[in-house]
Write a protein that binds this ligand. Structure first.
Ligand code: FMN
Length: 207
């Protein structure tokens, strides 16, 4: 059982990383494997809407990390997407990467539990969390809960650990992620099949 944790901060080892590293330790304690994927200092822009992915099965813009993310997603059982709060929203890096990874390869994420976590100095965390969760709810992904919204207050690495409630929220999140993953696995072994979504009906109201 493996959780892929995405660090979408421009900083490889900033506050977002500190929180993700803590989550890894909590998951590992519960026999869940982890991998942190840093998106890098820049993702090569958002979705161009070219729709070439429909034929290719992957994003046509292959020079950055987005197709690697999709590939790693296919092999993972669950996800934690980490972001700094930027102007009361997710990082531009995360938005650009997830727009493309989900549009071209949503199947790699579907039916797998997911959570968003944010590192924030002061304000805008709920809006950012809501934004990231939209990818899950349009793609058949169970959302993993905790005992508060998944935010840790931190301006620089070293701050995060001082946010006791934030870190407790992360511990409970890791516990719930492990529980859900193990429950899904136990269900599979007992013959509970993964649902198959109906073929998409697109209703655009312009006819
Ligand atoms: C461009 C930019 C915008 C930011 N906007 C906000 C904001 O809206 N609210 C807030 O509380 N902190 C904001 N911050 C602070 C970061 O969210 C905070 O320092 C976070 O811990 C950074 O995580 P990182 O070290 O992983 O990048 C902003 C930082 C940057 C660089």
């Amino acid at each position: 059982m493996k959780v892929l944790l995405v660090n979408s901060s421009g900083k490889e080892k900033g506050s977002t990383y500190t929180v993700l590293e803590y989550l890894c330790a909590e998951l590992n304690k519960r026999d869940v494997e982890t991998e942190i994927l840093w998106l890098g200092a820049s993702v090569d822009g958002g979705c161009r809407g070219c729709k070439a992915c429909g034929k290719l099965g992957k994003c046509a813009f292959d020079k950055d990390i987005v197709n690697t993310l999709a590939q790693k997603a296919a092999e993972a059982d669950g996800f934690i997407f980490g972001s700094p709060v930027h102007y009361a929203a997710a990082s531009g890096n995360l938005t650009a990467a997830l727009d493309r990874a989900f549009y071209s390869g949503g199947r790699n994420f579907a039916f797998k539990p997911a959570a968003a976590v944010v590192a924030v100095r002061r304000g805008g965390s709920s809006a950012a969390l809501d934004q990231i969760s939209k990818y899950f709810t349009i793609n058949n992904m169970p959302i993993v809960p905790s005992t508060y919204w998944n935010m840790v207050h931190s301006s620089k690495p070293g701050d995060a650990e001082k946010d006791e409630e934030g870190m407790q929220t992360m511990r409970n999140l890791a516990q719930n992620m492990a529980w859900l993953l193990k429950s899904i696995d136990a269900g599979k072994n007992a013959g509970v099949e993964q649902p198959v979504a109906e073929k998409k009906v697109r209703t655009d109201f312009i006819r």
